[in-house]
Design a protein around this ligand. Structure first.
Ligand SMILES: Nc1nc2c(ncn2[C@@H]2O[C@H](COP(=O)(O)OP(=O)(O)OP(=O)(O)O)[C@@H](O)[C@H]2O)c(=O)[nH]1
Ligand SMILES: [Mg+2]
Length: 450
């Protein structure tokens, strides 16, 4: 990623649509734009007022490719912080490609995935946590996920990290002062004050770490296997949770053979639902393979919905099934409670996939099980991602070592060293310490044109 290059990309997804948006950014963006864009009146982009939409055209060698609405942003007042041009043309596959080629012919190079956001970060338009939130926002599948992404983009996580850094920095300053004047020992009451400051910071870090579980669920979804005996209503439940008839439902036991995956929203949590073949002894080779896959799906799942047909007598096999997944989050669902001979199933949530009865209770049970004990997003909407979790764990350990070093009267150099480790780790969340190596791994997960 050479920051001296000017980069271009089609920022909208490929395919036919009403509009496509192309983006051009870099030191020479305006010179490049002058070679392939002009207003309807023939004026060149470098002479246009910034942040004003201009009707004009894209051309290559004076041959018009398409008409377009074009906006020029002059750095640093742009998304990337550099001179940027946004071109909205017709959304055809070929016309977009020709327009993109015109930008390249005029001197731009194709952007790498995430490169626009990377430049926004490098140019100080946003910190690293905010840049990552751009990707979260784009990939959010539920309103809850969108909410945390928006909070993070607005700087909620960054503010918490900055506050923690300030707290630790104040302690470090104090300790360093004593290192500079070694004749004075740290007074015992000062040690107590510093130690309680460290304890406070530790609480803050742990508060953030508690949101990691929800952060992971919101970003990656929760793999949820629908398992049970044939005909229990697994496919019916999948359809209910999705809100449309995705899987085949029939009175024939053994309808579902292959596993089937769909994403559903439950209380704002994306569930990756896996419908499976009913579990029973079978001589049929295809069904047996289906059953093998069901078991594998249950193994991989984080949450198991064990569906029981409440209208048929309780079968000892169900006990055996339930016992298989004791180590996992599991919810027993007693289905077909609309039928007159439906019996009670101890510990199960009663539902009817036919009438929709009990679905609220089931959603509630799922939410409670997943968020176990109401560990929810922070008040400010923050829920951290996996990378944040890793560096924050490092920070936590270093603060713990700092604290015990201070209390055990270890040499102050050592205490200061540990504190610096913690500060560096915190800095990594927002990208304030050596980050070059982090960049590639973060921005390569972006899509083109972002
Ligand atoms: N009365 C009643 N019938 C239901 C309910 N849910 C499902 N059924 C019926 O039960 C039968 C089996 O439903 P499926 O959803 O195909 O069951 P399954 O567990 O996916 O079955 P397999 O794929 O064969 O393992 C169908 O005839 C459904 O219409 C319910 O809540 N009430
Ligand atoms: Mg089925």
């Amino acid at each position: 990623m050479n920051p001296a290059d000017s980069i271009a990309a089609v920022a909208t997804p490929p395919g036919a649509g009403g509009l496509a948006v192309l983006r051009l950014s870099g030191r020479h963006a305006l010179a490049i734009a002058d070679r392939c864009l002009r207003s309807a009146g023939g004026r060149l982009p470098s002479s246009w007022a910034p942040r004003t939409a201009v009707f004009g055209e894209i051309h290559r060698d004076d041959i018009r490719i398409d008409e377009a609405v074009i906006t020029v942003f002059r750095g640093p007042k742009s998304f990337t912080g550099e001179d940027t041009v946004e071109i909205a043309c017709h959304g055809g596959l070929l016309v977009t490609r020709r327009a993109f080629e015109a930008l390249l012919a005029a001197g731009a190079r194709p952007a790498e995935p995430g490169e626009f956001t990377c430049r926004a970060f490098l140019n100080g338009r946003m910190d690293l946590a905010q840049a990552e939130a751009v990707a979260d926002l784009i990939h959010a599948r539920t309103d809850r996920a969108l909410g945390t992404a928006r909070a993070q983009l607005a700087g909620a996580l960054s503010r918490r990290i900055e506050a923690l850094r300030d707290q630790l920095m104040a302690v470090l300053a104090h300790i360093e002062a004593h290192i500079d004047f070694p004749d004075e020992d740290i007074a015992p009451d000062t040690t107590a004050v510093l130690s309680s400051k460290l304890a406070l910071a530790l609480e803050g870090i742990e508060g953030l770490l508690k949101t990691a579980r929800e952060g992971r669920m919101l970003r990656h979804g929760v793999r949820t296997a629908l398992v049970g005996r044939p005909n229990a209503g697994k496919s019916s439940l999948l359809n209910r949770l999705l809100g449309h008839e995705r899987a085949i439902v029939s009175p024939v036991a053994g309808t579902t053979r292959d596993t089937l995956e769909e994403v559903a929203q439950v209380r704002g949590i994306p569930l990756v639902l896996v419908d499976t073949a009913g579990l029973r002894e079978s001589e049929d080779v295809v069904e047996r393979e289906g059953i093998r896959r069901s078991r594998a799906a249950a193994e991989e799942a984080e949450l198991i919905l064990h569906i029981v047909d409440a209208s048929v007598p309780w079968c000892p096999d169900e006990e055996a099934l339930a016992a298989t997944w004791t180590g996992k989050a599991r919810i027993c669902v007693a289905n077909k409670c609309d039928l007159p001979d439906a019996h009670e199933v101890p510990g199960a949530v009663r539902v009817s996939c036919h009438t929709g009865a009990g679905m609220d209770d089931l959603e509630q049970a799922i939410e409670e099980r997943l968020l176990s004990g109401g560990i929810a997003v922070g008040d400010d909407g923050v829920s951290i991602g996996v990378r944040h979790q890793q560096v924050l764990e490092r920070a936590r350990e270093a603060v713990i070592r700092t604290r015990s070093g201070l209390e055990d009267q270890a040499t102050l150099e050592l205490v200061a060293f540990e504190l610096r480790v913690a500060l560096t780790a915190l800095g990594e969340v927002v990208g304030k310490t050596s980050v070059e190596d982090l960049l590639d791994s973060i921005f390569s997960q972006f899509c083109l044109g972002k």
